[in-house]
Design a binder for this molecule. Structure first.
Ligand code: GLY
Length: 353
């Protein structure tokens, strides 16, 4: 078993091993004295793993209840969280009880937010089942929901007490969702680790997935430990995301997955960085090739002008400036501040947008 400790305001362990879901009960018991555990999961994941998890938790004396919501980003709303609160009350969850998030990013974000706010905060455990959640969203304590004005605009920093990553759950993921997570894996290589980038660039991540997940989580752990509240270094994790979010929004979150959009964002930002002499030449091409090795798209017909306008209107980054994440080279990233109205020009790098 691979293990890491995240040293945040409240420290916690991350354990990575194939088949780990079957050991969830004793592992959770070792960090929690709770009498009750509410397992939150979605309609896709529930039939696959919920029963196994319930048996394992009950064997450790937890009284288990199951809250299942309809799978999909569309459910990531306050109304679903409100139903979760009702479920917790109905099942008599107290301050010393526990929420277990079993599923992908939507599940973890939303169950974490419910745990952060129910009775002013109760413990929660993350059991991420998608690659995206395993390498990114389950670690670091960002929880939240979408509102009409945008994604993740309401939430809380609330660290889990334990993260259990079972790479076997990836075998049930459709190919497109595995690729979705691979865009974030490639991102970690780009921003912090040339050796991780090399390891996955040829398309062979699945063959060494436990090690790949470990390296990604270790990078995220270090970054989050330095900047839990996302005011400095943690922003580097958003490489490709400024334009990625703009692209996702441009297609009303229907056409491109998060990872697909972020991949295109990484290529566009590196291309612009190269044109401006801020990024080592050749990076954009290497990123393109790595993305293509997992069947991910590397371009989009949306004009740079439209993208820049969308990105500039991002509700999470007000003010006159916009902080871009650029690569110096593969494995090294930095923040670069430009005037908000200069994004279109920056992206075009002097070329007509
Ligand atoms: N997904 C970016 C972060 O956790 O900061």
């Amino acid at each position: 078993m691979k293990e890491l400790t995240v040293h945040t305001g409240r420290s916690y362990r991350i354990k990575i091993e194939r088949g780990l879901i079957n050991q969830a009960g004793p592992l959770i018991r070792s960090v929690s004295k709770a009498a009750r555990a509410a397992v939150v999961t979605d309609s896709n994941v529930a039939p696959l793993y919920a029963e196994r998890l319930r048996v394992s938790l009950e064997a450790e004396g937890f009284t288990v209840s199951l809250f299942v919501f309809e799978a999909g980003e569309g459910s990531k709303r306050l109304s679903t969280v409100a139903r979760m609160y009702d479920h917790f009350v109905e099942h008599s969850l107290s301050r010393t009880d526990l929420v277990v998030a079993l599923g992908g990013g939507v599940t973890g974000d939303m169950a974490g937010f419910a745990a952060a706010t129910y009775l002013r905060g109760i413990d929660f455990v993350q059991i991420p089942t998608s690659l995206l959640a395993q390498v990114d969203s389950s670690v670091g304590g960002k929880t939240g929901v979408d509102v009409d004005a945008g994604k993740n605009l309401v939430g809380a920093f609330w660290q889990p007490i334990l993260v259990l990553i079972d790479p076997d759950t990836l075998s049930t993921l459709p190919k497109r969702y595995f690729a979705d997570g691979m865009a974030e894996v490639i991102k970690y290589g780009c921003i912090k680790s040339a050796s991780l980038f090399e390891k996955v660039a040829s398309g062979k991540a699945a063959q060494q997935i436990e090690q790949v997940i470990y390296e990604c989580v270790d990078i995220k752990r270090r970054v989050v430990e330095n900047d839990e509240r996302d005011t400095g270094e943690r922003m580097l994790l958003n490489f490709g995301h400024t334009l990625g979010h703009a692209l996702e929004k441009r297609y009303q979150y229907q056409t491109l997955s998060h990872g697909e959009a972020v991949g295109i964002g990484m290529v566009l930002m590196s291309t612009a960085g190269e044109r401006r002499g801020l990024t080592k030449p050749g990076c954009a091409l290497r990123i393109e090739q790595a993305l293509q090795a997992y069947g991910l798209p590397v371009s989009d017909p949306t004009s740079l002008k439209e993208l820049a306008a969308n990105a500039g209107a991002d509700k999470k980054s007000a003010g006159h400036v916009i902080r871009l994440i650029l690569l110096k080279e593969i494995g090294e990233s930095y923040l670069h501040t430009i005037p908000r109205d200069g994004l279109s020009d920056f992206l075009a790098g002097g070329i007509q947008a």
